[in-house]
Design a binder for this molecule. Sequence first.
Ligand SMILES: Nc1nc2[nH]c(S[C@@H](C(=O)O)c3ccccc3)nc2c(=O)[nH]1
Length: 281
Amino acid sequence: PGGERAADGWRVTWRGCAVMGVLNVTPDSFSDGGRYASLEAAVTRARAMRDAGARVIDVGGESTRPGAEPVPAEQELDRVRPVLRALAGEGALLSVDTMKPEVAREALAAGAHLVNDVTGLRDPGMVEVCAGAGAPACVMHMRGEPRTMQRSPQYRDVVAEVHAFLRERAAAVLAAGVPSVLLDPGLGFGKTAAHNLALLRALPELTCGPHPVLVGASRKKMIDLLAGVPNAADRDPGSLALHLHAARQGAAMVRVHAAGVHVQALRVQAALEDPTFTPGR
Ligand SMILES: Nc1nc2[nH]c(S[C@@H](C(=O)O)c3ccccc3)nc2c(=O)[nH]1
């Protein structure tokens, strides 16, 4: 953590861990469902997260929470494209959170800088789109599909299996011409809370590798299971605890709803961890 780190094409310079702000432009997203349905509200929200210090804004038009119903490509595109166009060139890096190659292609043309595909670029078409556009991709682990992934996830060794998947997918997409990748263990994507904890405790095994690691725990169900917080909108303190741990274990970026809270806490943590940091006065 800390100092300069090139991440393909765009240099993400950060002290410690960067923040990716979540912008769900979907009516059924689990913790901010429908609040940003209007374009103006979405753009206002994205600007607020950027001004709060978020490095990247992750724009998603299809909820991938457990049980979510699939959305047709055209409808997903109608949600994300106007927001990307409105935000292009406004300072924050933009990622598009989609599983569909056709949505990714149009989103990149509309101004997105990277693709966040929760399937780990499972569809070969997605690899072609990212390679063709020279766009970095986040390779995330998901077991199964959003609609059914939480039914009864089982692993022989969740850490070994998830890390092996991420290494293999990263090698494959890089070999296919994707300029670079972020790796993400995919907390909550076909994992029990115990699986999520094991993955968070084993983060150093992933962050010691050559690729930056993204972690997304924001407002997820595991926080309720760890601290008894039934309402997703109340889970930002628990999200922060998990993300500070991830940053301390070397995560390069965290995917969050409460951008300002995380930026402040991560800056303090980075200063604390950096013996060369000298406070202003
Ligand atoms: N790369 C990356 N992309 C992501 N997209 C989402 S969706 C999330 C939600 O906020 O709805 C969610 C909530 C609950 C379960 C699954 C997904 N989570 C991630 C993540 O952890 N990593």
